[in-house]
Design a binder for this molecule. Structure first.
Ligand SMILES: NC(=O)c1ccc[n+]([C@@H]2O[C@H](COP(=O)([O-])OP(=O)(O)OC[C@H]3O[C@@H](n4cnc5c(N)ncnc54)[C@H](OP(=O)(O)O)[C@@H]3O)[C@@H](O)[C@H]2O)c1
Length: 337
């Protein structure tokens, strides 16, 4: 058995067929059997698809989101650190990130943009600058596994276009395709619980992405959580709930703990109990497939403590505030388009 070259290899098996929009393609992050690259090339699951196993991952913008996605994959060996070529905005952060994570991180975009697969994870505000910096850099060919040694910068005529995975909030496929005509584009909306492999990622596909490339992208995100295919028109609402949602839930956790401190508990204990209450409630809702109203009614006994608290929440407009927070985030995402 030959040792595979460094790369983004070992996709999760078995490959899933193209799912219906909105249906999860996996709910078991990181638990599936893994296939080494040489096996992937043999199509062990009998999918009939030509395998796709790129040997380099370019990362444009290596901030919180890119780190939340990639570091768990690197830690688990599913993405080999040697395969990553990251570019960031400043020399200082490049040096810090390279030392911290043992990756090739630079403020020079050329190596990142020569990869057959790119993760684009800059702020929407610097997209134009990043696109300008990429101009004139020859793109790689997104070669399938069988010819995965294709050198970076090889002629585009020799193979399929490289793949660009954008996680930018709000920026549409049409705009990305206009900025990056040499690439095939997929929009991904991940969230930060990917850091603990409890993420959610919505995917909307651009034109011309091959079935093996789609499979590979789904498998990549499946390593850090659940993956759903969505129409692009639903991505803003998806982001407003799942990507912005952790901030709202964190605020709720903090406020619940503040309440417990006000009622007499020590701070550290209050925080721990707040987190545990949120996690336990989410697990109960999911595992018993309860509607939230069912659970609320289960807990609120007549004349009891919980209904007294619920009455105060309604008086304070908490339900309406959360609804408006999600709507505001979706509107902001549309503005960034
Ligand atoms: N955070 C989330 O929960 C979340 C969720 C879904 C989607 N997103 C999307 O993810 C993207 C990144 O968000 P983030 O929170 O990770 O931002 P962030 O932490 O500020 O990271 C941005 C990264 O981009 C780099 N950068 C700046 N200018 C650059 C340039 N010209 N070329 C290449 N890299 C450059 C920065 O480097 P320096 O530090 O050196 O400037 C930094 O590494 C955003 O578009 C956001 O919409 C985020």
């Amino acid at each position: 058995m030959h040792t595979p070259e460094p790369g983004l290899v070992q996709p999760m098996a078995p490959p899933s067929p193209t799912p219906k929009a909105g249906s999860p393609v996996t709910g078991r992050p990181g638990t599936g059997p893994l296939i080494a690259v040489e096996h992937a090339a043999e199509d062990p699951a009998g999918s009939g698809l030509e395998p796709f196993a790129p040997l380099r991952l370019g990362v444009v913008g290596f901030g919180r989101m890119a780190q939340a996605l990639l570091l768990p994959l690197i830690d688990s060996g599913l993405v080999q650190a040697e395969a990553v070529r990251a570019v960031v905005g400043s020399e200082a952060s490049a040096a810090r990130l390279a030392a911290q994570h043992g990756l090739v991180v630079s403020s020079d975009p050329s190596q990142a943009w020569q990869a057959p697969v790119l993760l684009l994870a800059v702020k929407p505000q610097v997209l134009a600058a990043a696109a300008q910096a990429a101009q004139g850099i020859p793109s790689a060919v997104a070669a399938p596994a069988a010819s995965a040694g294709t050198p970076a910068g090889a002629s585009q005529a020799a193979g399929p276009k490289p793949l660009l995975i954008s996680v930018l909030a709000g920026v549409t496929l049409a705009r990305l395709q206009a900025l990056f005509p040499a690439h095939r584009i997929v929009r991904a909306v991940p969230n930060t619980p990917a850091l603990v492999r409890q993420g959610l990622t919505g995917l909307a596909w651009g034109e011309g992405i091959s079935a093996p490339q789609q499979l590979w992208v789904r498998q990549l995100f499946a390593q850090v959580g659940e993956v759903l295919d969505l129409p692009e028109s639903q991505l803003d609402a998806f982001l407003a709930l799942t990507s912005s949602g952790p901030a709202y839930v964190a605020l709720v956790a903090e406020a619940l703990a503040d309440g417990a401190v006000a009622a007499g508990l020590p701070r550290a204990l209050a925080l721990r109990l707040a987190h545990r209450t949120l996690a336990g409630t989410a697990a109960l809702l999911q595992e018993q497939e309860l509607h939230p109203a069912q659970l609320k009614d289960m807990v609120a006994s007549p004349g009891g403590t919980t209904i007294a608290g619920l009455r105060q929440l309604e008086r304070s407009g908490v339900r309406s505030a959360l609804i408006e927070a999600v709507v505001a985030a979706a509107e902001r995402s549309r503005q960034l388009a």
